[in-house]
Design a binder for this molecule. Structure first.
Ligand SMILES: [Zn+2]
Length: 246
């Protein structure tokens, strides 16, 4: 079966901001990924925030994203929103900070994997693919533990006219930590969903002390556990551009 034919498995709802307010389609339904904005727009340079980050809590307690003007990497862990900026520091953003892209879930994992150490990004992907072999299934993934290497990036804020995402990330500061404890939050998305969300694996990281974070480029596990939630619904919200000040 062609991957594109598998969309029937997913309930895809596209909500305008008007519909969102009038129908209450915001949801914390179990095993539902809620995404604000599309990866297609973000890739094209649509970095203006569309929704204040205080709203994100209604869509889940776990996830990732970015902020207005691409000002840093968003990590949502245990309901707390972190902003890992390009100066290498982590901030707690004001609730009015608008976001152009975020992906959230009320995390309820059903699969757990243990790692003894030495695993890199490819090995983690391989073990998760063995545990959840159907690549057409969206997964939310949390990896908690200690890492002998963690290589992160965080993009500096962009100015208009905005470049494309790939040009912005070409100028990204990179930070490497040798020996750090923390949590990777992320998703595995089907390749066929690549216009809507980031295809394949995508992780952000926050250290246990809350001082270090960013988009994960490379890592090596010292000891860690991965928890995986298979998600059978994907809710896409595309708010009006005028919502940034709400
Ligand atoms: Zn990222």
């Amino acid at each position: 079966m062609r991957a594109s034919a598998r969309w029937y498995r997913w309930l895809i709802l596209i909500c305008s901001s008007l519909l969102l307010h009038s129908s209450g389609c915001a949801s914390k339904s179990a095993h539902t990924i809620t995404q604000v904005g599309t990866f297609h727009d973000l890739s094209a340079g649509a970095f203006d925030g569309r929704m204040p980050c205080r709203r994100l809590g209604s869509y889940g307690n776990f996830g990732l994203g970015t902020f207005h003007a691409l000002d840093g990497e968003m990590i949502v862990s245990d309901g707390k929103i972190y902003q890992a900026k390009s100066d290498g520091k982590v901030y707690l953003p004001n609730g009015s900070m608008p976001v152009p892209f975020a992906e959230l879930v009320s995390f309820a994992p059903r699969v757990k994997l243990m790692f003894k150490g030495g695993e890199n990004y490819a090995a983690l992907e391989d073990q998760i693919d063995r545990a959840v072999p159907d690549r057409d299934i969206f997964c939310a993934i949390r990896v908690r533990g200690r890492f002998s290497k963690m290589k992160l990036r965080s993009v500096p804020p962009q100015v208009k006219p905005y470049p494309r995402l790939v040009e912005a990330t070409n100028r990204q500061p990179v930070f490497q930590f040798d020996g750090v404890s923390g949590t990777m939050v992320g998703f595995r998305s089907p390749l066929y969903a690549g216009e809507i969300t980031v295809p394949g694996y995508h992780f952000h990281f926050i250290s246990d002390d809350g001082n270090s974070g960013g988009h994960v480029l490379e890592f090596a596990i010292e000891s860690a556990a991965a928890e995986i939630e298979e998600c059978d619904r994907f809710l896409l919200i595309t708010p009006d551009k005028g919502m940034g000040g709400n």
